[in-house]
Design a protein around this ligand. Structure first.
Ligand SMILES: [Zn+2]
Length: 223
């Protein structure tokens, strides 16, 4: 079912200075200000000018996102604790974890130490912060309770960190590097590698389900 949102401003009584602003949604593509009513789960509101989906609430979205985020957290623990790669070349065997990979910049040269901190932050700390913030903000919603006091701040943090959580970019970088290394040495994948791959799939599934504006509305309504 697709509902077209009504452009705000057609109705003279909705002039901004005395209007209820809570139902207004600006189109992220064309900036048209739309008045979107409360939608049933599974319905979609589209911008009447350009067709961009404005709201797409799903039944049980908060519960699904919390479940996927918790699964991703468990996988992150596995990904950090176990060996990531094992390399065999001319009789020498070497194993490395994700943490070893991040720390290797600091070992190579003192001046590269800040790079270790940045790599560890982008592939472990920020993704974990995002997952914890989402669980904190959405768990009560999933359980049908009132949101916690700092739920809005936690949800905003999770949304702001979205472009900076780069576990999936790390996996692509590893894949590119392995194409080079595979011709020189025997490369084996540790449990951590597969945990990372599964983590990337879970996070992608979570971000697909996550309709930010619908969840903001749900948080507002539940308060
Ligand atoms: Zn639009």
């Amino acid at each position: 079912m697709t509902d077209h949102a009504a452009p705000a401003g057609q109705d003279p009584s909705s002039a901004p200075h005395h209007a209820d602003l809570s139902g207004l949604v600006a189109c992220p593509q064309c900036d048209l200000l739309n008045r979107v009513p409360q939608l049933a789960d599974g319905a979609r509101a589209r911008c009447p000018r350009c067709g961009t989906v404005l709201l797409a609430p799903r039944a049980g979205a908060a519960a699904t996102i919390v479940a996927l985020a918790m699964g991703a957290l468990v996988l992150m623990v596995v990904a950090v604790s176990f060996p990531f790669l094992a390399i065999d070349a001319s009789g020498l065997h070497s194993e490395a974890s994700v943490i070893d990979a991040a720390l290797s910049f600091a070992e190579a040269s003192g001046r590269m130490a800040p790079l270790s901190v940045i790599v560890a932050a982008l592939i472990v700390v920020l993704p974990v912060t995002r997952l914890v913030a989402l669980i904190y903000a959405l768990w009560p919603l999933a359980a049908g309770r009132r949101p916690r006091a700092h739920a809005a701040a936690a949800f905003r943090l999770a949304m702001r960190l979205r472009p900076w959580a780069m576990a999936e970019i790390f996996i692509i970088g590893v894949a590119v590097a392995l194409v080079k290394v595979a011709s020189l040495a025997q490369v084996g994948f540790g449990p951590s590698f597969w945990a990372f791959v599964a983590l990337v799939v879970l996070v992608a599934a979570k971000d697909t389900i996550l309709c930010e504006r619908s969840l903001w509305r749900a948080l507002e309504t539940a308060r």
